[in-house]
Design a protein around this ligand. Structure first.
Ligand code: SF4
Ligand code: SF4
Length: 382
């Protein structure tokens, strides 16, 4: 069966144009029945940055979604996400999402409390702890911003679900699944467990370059919507110039075949099963979007080379964090979030962050949370 993905032009976050474009995108993607339901809207609330940085989902987008849901008869609309290391309220306030949600009639849902969810169809993860607010809602509306991502290359509907894992528990997943393929497989399992009912992607202003935190805002003037998170992400990848199967979690889900039942949402088993509505791909495509370069997987050599040589090869080929001590304001965010405990302050009158490259997993959580762009990802061999 084909999955519908809508691509709609929208040049501004101002209403009523945004509301019209959003309604058009939802309708073209097959519509959404919400009468009498409690709905959790899950934006991307990465960290305490203002909307001008394009890090979190734009507050006006969230407000327009809440208006649409209430007008369509939803009984209760909640908005929430669990940032990795900062309090949700702080990130909600700084991003403008909390105020926008509450002003539109939504409840601000605390997503820091998790409950266990069985995931019998998962291949690596059979049980997740996910935000209680999501588990107790009838419907999940997933609202990512279209962004690049250092570890997964691309961050859209599926990667956004990682925010449903409460706070610093995310770090444990990086430790448990340190390589790209394993992390992608975990995300595929998470897609099963969270099973979003509908996804709307904020591509009016996307993020290009070294996302998901330190990239540059890039106008695309696009809204994308679908009931199918995989079809949506694959389409967004094509818009910005990634071959979808080069994104680890997309190739993992496609390799697994169509979504097994019963789950709340479903996804395609082949990329040819996507039916576009609204703009044609050629009209939406952006030719010079700055992507995170794809890397040759060093894990390809694992088991084929002695482990000491594989370790050296990985150290040379996979970018590693390099700290700019002049930019660093010693906020400690990277030290706190590092799942491998590879970072610490060096003693002395001017403490600075030191890294143990042997212990570093190359998960890039430090780069993702650094508020000062003081961490560059540098390859020793290119
Ligand atoms: S130093 Fe950075 S990239 Fe390395 S393990 Fe820690 S958080 Fe991950
Ligand atoms: S490198 Fe960035 S995140 Fe780490 S302490 Fe310095 S400013 Fe904070």
């Amino acid at each position: 069966m084909k999955s519908l993905v809508s691509l709609v032009r929208c040049a501004s976050y101002a209403s009523p144009g945004l509301d019209r474009a959003l309604a058009e995108a939802i309708e073209a993607a097959g519509g959404l029945e919400v009468r009498g339901a409690s709905v959790l809207v899950k934006p991307n609330l990465l960290n305490a940055n203002g909307p001008e940085r394009a890090v979190s989902t734009q507050p006006e987008m969230v407000a327009a979604m809440v208006r649409w849901l209430l007008a369509a008869g939803a009984d209760r609309v909640l908005v929430g996400d669990s940032p990795a290391f900062q309090p949700q309220d702080l990130v909600g306030r700084k991003s403008g999402v909390k105020e926008a949600a509450e002003a539109t009639g939504a409840l601000w849902a605390d997503c820091s409390t998790g409950v266990e969810v069985e995931n019998p169809e998962g291949s690596l993860v059979k049980r997740f702890t996910l935000a209680q607010a999501m588990v107790e809602s009838d419907l999940l509306v997933n609202m990512p911003r279209l962004k690049t991502h250092q570890l997964m290359y691309f961050s859209g509907a599926i990667k956004n679900l990682f925010g449903l894992v409460p706070g610093l528990q995310k770090s444990a997943f990086h430790l448990r699944f340190p390589g790209r393929p394993e992390f992608a497989s975990m995300l595929a399992d998470l897609c099963l467990a969270a099973a979003p009912d509908f996804c709307v992607m904020d591509g009016i202003v996307a993020m290009e370059g070294p996302g998901p935190n330190n990239g540059k805002p890039r106008r695309l003037d696009l809204l994308l919507a679908s009931k199918d998170p995989l079809a949506l992400d694959a389409t967004a990848c094509r818009v910005v110039g990634y071959e979808p199967l080069s994104i680890p979690y997309i190739s993992e889900l496609v390799a697994r075949g169509p979504s097994p039942g019963p789950v709340r949402s479903s996804w395609i088993g082949a990329l040819s099963d996507i039916e576009l509505r609204g703009l044609a791909l050629e009209e939406a495509r952006v030719k010079d979007f700055v992507l995170v370069p794809l890397l040759r997987e060093t894990d390809f050599f694992k088991g084929k080379l002695p482990s000491s040589i594989h370790r050296v090869l990985k150290g040379l080929m996979v970018p590693r964090p390099l700290f700019d001590h002049h930019r660093c304001v010693r906020c400690g965010a990277c030290v706190r979030i590092c799942p491998a405990k590879a970072l610490e302050y060096s003693p002395g009158p001017r403490p600075r962050v030191e890294i143990d490259y042997e212990a570093c997993l190359r998960c890039y959580c430090c780069h993702e949370v650094c508020p000062e762009d003081a961490i560059k990802l540098v390859r020793r061999l290119s």
